[in-house]
Design a protein around this ligand. Structure first.
Ligand code: FAD
Length: 440
């Protein structure tokens, strides 16, 4: 078996979550020849959770995490910071899918529980906030979407509140939304701070290398050899945790697709700006509609807008595409907060997540000595962490309820090859954008 990696991440340097932290100390790049028991390719939530669990189970094993960029500063630092406990399957309640809904939420919750205990144990300062999340909509069809979601929540006995426009206005400081649901168990956090804290508290038998992309992977006499620009590792076992960048491998290991998203973050609001909103507590809103905007009011009083989704393969958005995305974020900000006329964005960035046709994840053994986990749509903080842990348990032949749940995941459904995939993705995104209306 031989894999070559055709495209590497090319992250912008403008991510607000990263740039509002103190400058980070880089890990070295891989140079020369090394031996390891485990190599993890990709240092995001999945790879880090796997490495921590494996290092604890095998304290004498040598575990290496390689990242093509600064470890953790891919999508894991660039997301909206919702550690999702309750996922929505979308659409009307279906009794036949209740167990799937419950299973996904148990996996999410396992990820949150593990992250919480790790954050507590290592005092990771990441604005961890147990404040739940809102699902809101501003268009006429939002009340139906809210009613459908409540039906799922009732059936699963998940604590939530159904909110009137007046409740929403009072709790959020914007009168924009007509319908909303608040679910209790979700956590808001600063993702770059979390992932940095996770990296710096790994057990001693885990070594991290920044800017050390895996370029080729091949078998050699019963071992795996991973080559990067200036180094090479021969290892017993390999974990592929590159998420969207699994798509850059040839042969491609699965039917998953990268999706490029953009986000902007403001400076902290002044006292008088906060007063204009009624000085609400911090919150996070997911849209009740596919392709709707995600908004946060953070604990340090900034507003985040996550909007726009584009299929670009793995190519970064151009300068003009980023300007257009920022304009969309502006419109979104002004619509929701017309009273904040002087407020502008301090940071705008892009990131790539991974989706599959049947909204499922990729998990398991790809070939002898090669394990993989990835593709969690926009729930990779909790689910990616849980699945990284479960992958270590799976490789160790452990059994536990989390792994049982993860193993019931269906595999990603077939996707057509390019260029048909490009056409299908563009058509699907266009169709969804048409129906998002005031929630864009
Ligand atoms: C704008 C945006 C908003 C989002 N909002 C949320 C949210 O609110 N909540 C949520 O849970 N999820 C959200 N997501 C999704 C979430 O960020 C991902 O699901 C999560 O980061 C997946 O973690 P991961 O470790 O599997 O992959 P990643 O975080 O993508 O990490 C993969 C790593 O692999 C590295 N890599 C790639 N190729 C190679 C190579 N050849 N060699 C070495 N390393 C390589 C990359 O540099 C990267 O660091 C969002 C994503 C985006 C882009």
């Amino acid at each position: 078996m031989k894999y070559s990696i055709k495209l590497l991440p090319d992250n912008d340097q403008t991510c607000g979550w990263i740039n509002t932290l103190n400058p980070r100390q880089n890990f070295p790049a891989l140079v020369g020849k090394h031996l390891a028991d485990w190599v993890v390719v990709g240092g995001g939530f999945t790879g880090i959770a796997f490495a921590r669990r494996m290092a604890q189970a095998q304290p004498n094993a040598k575990i290496i995490i390689l990242d093509a960029g600064a470890i953790g500063e891919g999508a894991s630092s660039r997301n909206s910071g919702f550690a999702v406990a309750t996922s929505s399957l979308g659409g009307p309640y279906q009794r036949a899918k209740l167990e799937e809904f419950n299973r996904i939420n148990r996996i999410n919750q396992a990820g949150i529980d593990w992250l919480r205990s790790t954050v507590d144990e290592h005092n990771i300062d990441c604005q961890w906030r147990d404040i739940g999340k809102f699902h809101c909509g501003a268009q006429a069809s939002s009340s139906r979407a809210a009613a459908e979601f409540s039906h799922w929540l009732d059936a699963a006995q998940i604590p939530y509140e159904n909110l009137s426009p007046a409740d929403l206005s009072q709790r959020l400081g914007t009168a924009y939304y007509r319908s909303g649901i608040w679910t209790k168990a979700d956590v808001m956090l600063q993702p770059a701070a979390l992932v940095r804290g996770l990296c710096s508290s790994l057990p001693q038998n885990v070594t991290l290398y920044d800017y050390s992309a895996a370029l080729t992977i091949r078998d050699k006499k019963g071992a795996m050899v991973i080559s990067s620009p200036e180094g090479e590792i021969t290892c017993k076992n390999l974990v592929l945790a590159g998420n969207a960048f699994l798509h850059a491998m040839s042969p491609t290991p699965s039917h998953t697709v990268p999706l490029t998203m953009t986000a902007s973050l403001t400076r902290p609001l002044t006292q008088s700006e906060r007063a204009l909103l009624g000085d609400p507590k911090d919150w996070g809103i997911l849209s009740l509609h596919d392709m709707g905007a995600t908004i946060r009011y953070t604990s340090d009083h900034r507003i985040l807008i996550r909007n726009t989704a584009t299929y670009r393969g793995l190519k970064p958005l151009s300068h003009s595409q980023m300007s257009a995305a920022q304009k969309t974020h502006h419109i979104c900000l002004r619509q929701r907060f017309p009273m904040l006329q002087d407020l502008d964005f301090a940071h705008t960035w892009q990131g790539i997540l991974c989706i599959s046709r049947n909204s499922t994840s990729l998990f398991g053994k790809l070939a002898q000595r090669i394990y993989v986990s990835g593709c969690y749509n926009a729930s990779g903080i909790s689910r990616g962490s849980a699945m990284g842990l479960a992958l270590a348990d799976y490789a160790l032949s452990d059994t536990n309820p989390l792994l049982d749940d993860v193993l019931k995941y269906p595999a990603p459904q077939w996707m057509p090859p390019r260029p048909f995939l490009d056409l299908a993705m563009s058509a699907e995104i266009f169709r969804k954008k048409l129906s998002v209306g005031a929630d864009a």
